[in-house]
Write a protein that binds this ligand. Structure first.
Ligand code: C2E
Ligand code: MG
Ligand code: MG
Ligand code: MG
Length: 296
C-alpha cells in the first residue's frame, strides 16, 4: 500500500543513526499493515467479551467486545498495536464492518439461547463520521431481529473531537435509532464535560489510568469522585474500567459508580467462556453508595 511505502521512505530519510530494534519494529509495522488487509478474509480475527457489573443490583447485563487478532506467523497481536495501524492505513472500516456483523450474529444467538446480554463495541474516528453507519446498523438489526438498544457504541473523546460536526451527525442518527453512546477513556483527552454534554451521550467511561490504583492513590480517588458527581449531575451514567481488586470495587461502589469493569470481575473471554462464566456467576456483595447529601 502507498502508506507502507511512505512510511518506509520517511523512515529512510529521517533516521541517520542506527537505533537498535527500530528497523525490526518498522518491519513489523509494515508486515502488520499488509497482513491486516487479509485478516478478515483469512478468519484471523475473533472477539473477546468482558462483562460489566452494576454494583447496585449485582447484575451483569452488558459486555464489551474487544477485537483479537491471531497473526499466522507473529501470533497474538494486541489491539493497542493493530487498531492504530488499521486506522492510519485505511483498513479500520473493514475491521469495524466485520466486528459489527459478528457481534450482531452473537447477540442473535444469545437471544435465542435466552441470555439477555447487550454488547458495547469500540468504534474509531473514521467509523463515527461515516454517513452509512446508521443505515448499515439498521439493516444488521433487521436481519438479526435485534432491538437497537442491544448495542452500545464506545468512542473516545479524541475520536469525536477530530471532526465534531461530522461525528455529531452520525452520533445523533445512532441516538435516534436507540443505540446507546459512551465516551471511552474519559479523562485522557482535552475535552471538557461542557463539550461532551452537547453530544447524545448516555455514559462516561473513566479511563483505567485513574482507576487502577484508586485504592492507594488519594489523587485518583479525588478525581474519580468528582467525575462521578459531575457525570451524575449531568444525567450521565458512569463506568469504571480497569477495576483490578476488591478494595477498588468497594470504593467505586460506595462512590455510586454505575458500572464496574476490570480484571477483578473478569478478563475478556471468548464467547463460550463468557457464557460458562455467567452461568456460574454469583453477585458479589458490595457496599451501597453513601448519599452525598449526608456528608458535611
Ligand atoms: P478500551 O476500549 O479502553 O478497552 C479497555 C482495555 O483495557 C482492553 O484492552 C481491556 O482488555 C483492558 N482491561 C480491562 N480490564 C482491565 C484491568 O482490570 N486492568 C488492565 N490493566 N487492563 C484492563 P484491549 O482489549 O487490549 O484493547 C485495547 C484498546 O484497543 C481498547 O481500549 C480500544 O481502544 C481498542 N480496541 C479493542 N478492540 C477494538 C475494536 O474492535 N475496535 C476499535 N476501534 N478499537 C478496539
Ligand atoms: Mg472501550
Ligand atoms: Mg477505555
Ligand atoms: Mg483504552
Amino acid at each position: 500500500a502507498d502508506i507502507a511505502l511512505d512510511m518506509a521512505l520517511r523512515h529512510r530519510h529521517s533516521h541517520q543513526r542506527y537505533v537498535e530494534g527500530q528497523d525490526e519494529q518498522h518491519l513489523r509495522q509494515l508486515t502488520l499493515i499488509r497482513d491486516l488487509q487479509d485478516a478478515v478474509a483469512n478468519g484471523e480475527l475473533w472477539v473477546a467479551y468482558q462483562p460489566k457489573l452494576a454494583p447496585r443490583t449485582g447484575a451483569v447485563m452488558q459486555c464489551e467486545a474487544l477485537m483479537r487478532w491471531n497473526h499466522p506467523t507473529l501470533g497474538f497481536v494486541p489491539p493497542d498495536e493493530f487498531i492504530g495501524l488499521a486506522e492510519r492505513s485505511g483498513s479500520i472500516g473493514m475491521l469495524s464492518q466485520w466486528l459489527l456483523e459478528h457481534v450482531c450474529t452473537q447477540l442473535d444467538t444469545w437471544q435465542q439461547q435466552g441470555y439477555r446480554l447487550s454488547i458495547a463495541v469500540n468504534l474509531s474516528a473514521s467509523d463515527v463520521i461515516d454517513h452509512h453507519l446508521a443505515h448499515h446498523l439498521t439493516q444488521l438489526f433487521e436481519r438479526h431481529h435485534l432491538a437497537p438498544d442491544k448495542l452500545s457504541v464506545e468512542v473516545t473523546e479524541s475520536a469525536v473531537m477530530q471532526d465534531v460536526d461530522a461525528a455529531m451527525n452520525t452520533l445523533m442518527e445512532l441516538h435516534r435509532l436507540g443505540i446507546r453512546l459512551a465516551i471511552d477513556d474519559y479523562g485522557t483527552g482535552y475535552s471538557s464535560l461542557a463539550q461532551i454534554r452537547r453530544l447524545p451521550v448516555k455514559e462516561l467511561k473513566i479511563d483505567k489510568s485513574f482507576i487502577q490504583a484508586i485504592d492507594t492513590q488519594e489523587d485518583d480517588l479525588t478525581i474519580v469522585r468528582s467525575t462521578i458527581e459531575m457525570g451524575h449531575s449531568l444525567g450521565l451514567e458512569v463506568v469504571a474500567e480497569g477495576v483490578e481488586n476488591r478494595a477498588s470495587a468497594e470504593l467505586l461502589s460506595t462512590l455510586g459508580c454505575d458500572y464496574l469493569q476490570g480484571y477483578w470481575l473478569a478478563k475478556p473471554m471468548a464467547s463460550e467462556q463468557l457464557i460458562a462464566w455467567l452461568d456460574s456467576f454469583e453477585s458479589p456483595a458490595l457496599p451501597q453508595p453513601v448519599s452525598s447529601m449526608k456528608t458535611p
